[in-house]
Every structure is written in C-alpha cells, then in structure tokens.
Design a protein around this ligand. Structure first.
Ligand SMILES: *Cc1c(COP(=O)(O)O)cnc(C)c1O
Length: 428
C-alpha cells in the first residue's frame, strides 16, 4: 500500500511542490503532507486508514460536514442530466435569487469559479464604476492570487506598493495601497494622500487569513463612512465569512452595508464556485448589460450550482445551524483556553462565530504585524502533536479553524484532550 510519503514523492515529480495549492504542502510546519482518500462528517481518513478530526473543512465549504447526504444525492441526480450546458439554466437564477435574499445588501450577483475570480472581477467593476485606478487593501488580508492583491508593503513603500510575488509588475503594484487592519487613521491618511483616486476599499470583514482577527468596534462603520465621504466602493470579501458567520455573512452580523461582496467557499458546497455581487447600479456595469468584460466557460456550471444551492437552501431554511455552530465553537474555545491556562502559555485566542484561531503571542492580536510576531515554532510543535493524535489543523499558523455541524461535543472533547496531551509532551 502506498503511504503519504510515497505519494508525495511521486507527486513532486509532476506537480510543482507536489500540491495544487501551496498551503497544502507542509512547508511552514515541516514534514510530509498527509494524503487523504475519504471523508464523512467531521472525520477525514488518510491513505493509511488513519482517522482525523478535521478542522479545515476544505477551508470552509464543509460547514455541514463532508459528504453531506442531501448534497451528494442532488449532485448525483444533476450529473445524469449533463455536467455542463454552456447555456443559461433556471438553477442559476434560483441560486442568485437565494443569495440576494440571504444577503439583502446584494441586488444582483454574477457566478464565477473561485474566490480569486470573484475578487479580481469586483475590483475591475469598482474601478470602472468610479473611473479611478487605485484601491486600498489591508496587510494580511487574502483576496486570492490575482496580481493586484499579491502586494505587501516594503518598508516605507506604502504609497508605492512593492510586489511580493515575482511576476507581478511594479505597474500593477503601484495601484494597490496597503493599510493596517483595524487602523482607521491609517486608512484616512491614505485616502487623503490619494484624493479622488481611490476606487475601492476591499477587506475581509473578519480577517481569516492571518489567523482569525475580528474587526475592532467601530472599524467597519468608519470604513463605511470613509468610503461615502471619498466616493469609494466598499467591498467586503466574504469568501470565508459568507454563509458562515450568519445567513447573511459578516455584513449582516455587524449590520454594515457594503457596496459589493465577494463570495466563495461555502457557496459551492465543495465544488469550485465563487460569486461577486452588489448594488444594482454597480452590477449593471457588468457585460453584457454594461461595458465591463467578465466571462467564464464553466461559470454557473450545473453540478456546482446544484451543490451550492442545496447547501445554501438548507442553511437558509435552518438558520438555527448558525447558533449551533457558534455554541460548538465557543465550547471548543473554552476547552482550549482552560488547557492553555493550565500550562500558563502566552496565547491570544480570537473567535468570531464559528471562526477560531490561536496565536502564541502575549499581546492582543489585532493586525498582521501582531500575527507575525507570534511564536511560529511553538505552533509547529502543536500542529504535529495534534496531527499525531488524529486532529487535523491547518498546516500554518496563519489559518483559521473551521467547525462544522458534524463536530459533536464528543469530538470537541477529544480535541481538547489531544491539545492537553500535546502540550504535556512539548513542555515535558
Ligand atoms: C479563500 C479566499 C479567497 C480565494 O478563494 P479561492 O477560491 O481560493 O480562489 C479570497 N478571499 C478570501 C477571504 C478567502 O478566504
């Protein structure tokens, strides 16, 4: 039988780094990535038959657990009727209508194939709508891998923008302005320095790609006001928070109306789907109605729409799920907190709804610099200790744990016990 090690060696011959998305490789934690073959509910099974409690949930979509029976059944039925038409279908309208109902800040929505596409397209539309070229993003927020988002501030390069991936041109980078998360004054300063030039502010309304970092009180409200005052489009990237933090995502949870929203992850129920939407006036800019070109051969694919629609409908019809998820996550948070306190560890646990993360840091983590200052080495040890004990955390200190409805109290208790044993081993 082939082990993960065998499979990884073979994979590296034909796939760069052996993986199709970098974070799946264990680069930041060391060791060989585990190859999986099957999953059900909250449990994933690797190629050696070992079981793990899954805290990735395919990075979000498995909010009702893996292989959720209604979704799988709908998918099988849809496959019999063709895997793609390349023509309009009724199902596309049904899912668009459901999304706009669940997120009342959206009048219209366009389906794409990934969160990356959603963010890339939203920025293009915002630029066309405002007839401006620059936009503000926050350090540590992830908006997919389109060129304009792969920018990090070099020291003192806030207004110039320096690409942090080769292949991104400096011409592209100069239009991306970087701000500190949770720092309204910084945003205001950038807007004043670029008066009349900023098309949009894009952010994760709860950051989830530098661990979980909640917006501080008043942060989102202030951004809303600043966008109004400066004529910029406020874009919430809800690829992670959408249909997770509430039926209407973070905008509903915090009661802030963005002008545009990017969606992904949960929306496809595990198939490749993204979407961007917004106010009618803005979305009417999109082709074929308007001049902003945006297209996709497989956009609105019937299998993907079936999977997403079935999942969203269940979330919409059983909104108590969101309360259950929050209670479970809080239960896990409290369990972990007790264990960390027992070992007197310096750790900052952040949680919003069913998003949870811990940074090994003595300060309150409110921005990217704080997240980077955490003890990455300690995280590595915790990660491997948990992995050994059958708990699969994301292989990076900069990720959020995702809890699904399938995570029973018993599984959460087992997770806390695994954490206690892991810390005992590390501290021994
Ligand atoms: C995952 C993610 C993306 C990118 O989505 P892909 O489907 O991986 O392209 C964009 N924004 C946020 C907030 C994300 O979490």
């Amino acid at each position: 039988m082939k082990t993960s090690k065998d499979l990884f060696e073979r994979a590296q011959l034909f796939i760069p780094g052996g993986v199709n998305s970098p974070v799946r490789a264990f680069k930041s934690v060391g060791g060989t990535p585990v190859f999986f073959k099957e999953a059900k509910g909250a449990i994933m099974i690797d190629v050696d038959g070992k079981e793990y409690i899954d805290y990735i949930g395919s990075w979000g979509p498995m909010i009702l657990g893996h292989a959720h029976p209604p979704v799988i059944e709908a998918l099988k039925n849809a496959a019999d009727k063709s895997t793609s038409f390349g023509t309009p279908t009724e199902l596309e309208t049904k899912i668009a209508e459901l999304i706009c109902t669940m997120m009342p800040c959206l009048d219209k929505v366009r389906m794409v194939n990934s969160g990356t596409e959603a963010c890339m397209s939203a920025i293009r539309v915002a630029r066309a709508y405002t007839k401006r070229e620059k936009f503000i993003k926050f350090e540590g927020c992830y908006h997919g891998h389109a060129d304009p988002f792969l920018i990090k501030a070099g020291s003192g390069a806030i207004t110039l923008g320096v690409p942090n991936s080769p292949g991104v041109t400096s011409g592209t980078a100069k239009d991306t302005l970087l701000a500190r998360y949770n720092d309204v004054n910084h945003v205001e300063q950038i807007l004043n320095q670029n008066k009349g030039e900023v098309a949009a502010i894009i952010l994760e309304p709860v950051a989830g790609n530098m661990g979980c970092i909640p917006p501080e009180k008043g942060f989102l409200e202030s951004l809303r006001k600043l966008c109004d005052n400066h004529g910029a489009v406020l874009i919430f990237d809800e690829v992670m928070t959408g249909f997770r933090l509430s039926p209407g995502g973070a905008s509903q949870r915090f009661n802030i109306q963005p002008d545009m929203v990017c969606l992904g992850k949960v929306i496809g129920g595990g198939l490749p789907v993204g979407a961007f939407g917004g106010k009618e006036e803005i979305m009417n800019m999109v082709a074929p109605l308007g001049p902003v070109y945006q297209a996709g051969t497989l956009s609105g694919n019937p299998l993907a729409m079936t999977c997403g629609y079935t999942l969203l409908k269940e979330l919409y019809e059983h909104q108590v799920i969101f309360e259950e998820l929050e209670e479970k996550t809080q239960y896990l948070e409290e369990g972990m907190r007790r264990v960390f306190e027992k070992f007197k560890l310096k750790v900052c646990i952040n949680r919003v709804g069913s998003m949870l993360s811990f940074h090994f840091n003595s300060v309150n983590v409110v921005c990217f610099d704080d997240a980077c200052a955490a003890d990455a080495n300690y995280f590595k040890k915790v990660f491997h200790g948990m992995l050994k004990r059958g708990v699969y955390l994301a292989p990076s200190a900069f990720e959020t744990l995702f809890i699904s409805r399938s995570h029973t109290k018993e599984l959460l208790d087992r997770t806390v016990v695994a954490l206690e044993e892991t810390l005992q081993e590390i501290e021994a």
